[in-house]
Ligand binder design. Structure first.
Ligand code: ZN
Ligand code: ZN
Length: 425
């Protein structure tokens, strides 16, 4: 019966669904906005654990060995991940060094550690202390663990340097590729929904009580809860995250972050992101002139990739998110599905803009041969990294369910909590 099914709330439009068992491999999408709700999978904690352990070993190898070795005029330089951050630090770009270390080393390592902490006991049928909070935290850190973006940056750096000098691929690059495969496979095998439901069953439609109460879904574990009438300060009974029918002050926060990003977008594009010195002659490159240089060197595919990641994606995020914010504030009711889709794209592609920053970090450590050849980060790089991080935060602060709230909400109301959703009878 419909009311005995576990309840599931779409995060993109707020429609309440009763979960049915589907055949394995089948994906359930939202009937209102088309977003993917969940996929029925044969979850295996055992296999996911094995892959996570393998990933942890590869993570150490990827950090211990050089990923590229650069030889020119009889001098040789090897680049490791931490070495590239240290090179930024030495060039007085300590803020960039911190960004690189956080996104490539600290956050991915933390996520691996937390997952092992939760999965190892779970495999033996036990629940480790702090499991609920830590598993939630591991899930949240996913957007900020940029291992695969870094690998792509290494490949771009490889192509860029290959006609300047002789470049050898080191063991860390293979370890990195293996690491990404293991992480992707572990992610695919472990059904996080099944793990959460095993830790504490999902509420059924019946458990939500009388119709017309305000319901909210936990942003972390997807538990669906009927909120008490005041609805504030209520926590998820499963993972203890604070629950909101709508993200609080979503529009104000998203606007503030987006405007800060838009302001920094100007220096990010005008100031040089790196300075290339070769045989005593220094040349400063902005993002766009870097792309043009790639085209002139005949590296069209790489130029297109960098153009897409560094020019198209940040612009899409600034303009697209600005459009979504305006459309919600004006209470537009048209093209809701398309606007939700635009939001999903903005949310997913944001992290790939970091390619340029990682590439500069890699070039700075490899090409450091004094007056013969030297690459240093410029002030534009930090501004650009800030634009990427701020637009990612702005997208996260935005509340896509405001697109679907009806009747159209006034600006005043939208800047508070928006219209709460009432679940159907
Ligand atoms: Zn939906
Ligand atoms: Zn929760």
């Amino acid at each position: 019966m419909e009311r005995d099914r576990p309840a599931f709330l779409c995060h993109h439009c707020g429609t309440l669904h009763g979960v049915r068992r589907l055949p394995f491999g089948v994906t359930a999408s939202c009937r209102t906005c088309g977003a993917v709700l969940y996929r029925e999978r044969r979850s295996s904690v055992e296999r996911a654990l094995a892959l996570t352990l393998a990933a942890a070993v590869l993570f150490v190898v990827a950090h211990a060995f050089p990923f590229l070795t650069f030889s020119m005029e009889g001098s040789t330089r090897s680049g490791t991940i931490l070495g590239s951050a240290a090179a930024l630090w030495a060039d007085d770009s300590w803020a960039l060094a911190v960004v690189v270390v956080m996104l490539v080393t600290v956050i991915p390592l933390g996520k691996l550690g937390l997952e092992l902490w939760v999965l190892l006991p779970l495999w033996k049928g036990r629940v480790a202390p702090g499991t609920f909070r830590l598993f939630a935290f591991a899930d949240k850190s996913k957007t900020w663990a940029m291992t695969e973006v870094y690998l792509l940056a290494v490949l771009v750096a490889y192509v860029k340097l290959s006609d300047l000098a002789s470049i050898t691929v080191g063991p860390a690059l293979w370890a990195f590729a293996g690491l990404i495969l293991c992480l992707a496979a572990a992610d695919n095998i472990l059904d996080r929904r099944a793990v959460w439901w095993r830790l504490q069953p999902q509420n059924t439609m019946r458990a939500l009580g009388r119709p017309n109460r305000v319901v909210a879904a936990c942003h972390t574990c997807d538990q669906v809860v009927a909120l008490p009438d005041d609805g504030h300060g209520y926590r998820c009974p499963r993972c203890t995250a604070v629950l909101h029918a709508r993200k609080p002050r979503a529009l104000a926060r998203s606007w503030a972050l987006l405007l800060a990003a838009a302001v920094l977008y100007v220096p990010a594009n005008i100031l040089p992101v790196m300075t290339v010195t070769s045989f005593g002659r220094a040349q400063a490159d902005t993002i766009l002139s870097g792309v043009i240089a790639l085209v002139e060197a005949g590296m069209l595919p790489v130029a297109l990739l960098v153009f897409f990641a560094s020019v198209t994606v940040p612009l899409l995020k600034l303009v697209g998110l600005g459009f979504l914010l305006v459309s919600v504030q004006l209470g537009w009711t048209g093209k809701r599905r398309d606007r939700t889709r635009l939001y999903r794209i903005i949310e997913q592609v944001g992290r790939w803009s970091m390619i340029d920053i990682f590439m500069i970090a890699i070039l700075a450590v490899l090409v450091d041969l004094g007056e013969i050849a030297r690459i240093e980060p410029g002030p534009g790089a930090l501004a650009f990294a800030a634009v990427v991080v701020l637009t990612m935060l702005a997208a996260r602060a935005f509340e896509p369910r405001l697109i679907w709230d009806r009747p159209p909400i006034s600006t005043k109301k939208a800047s508070a909590d928006g219209e709460p959703l009432r679940h159907p009878a």
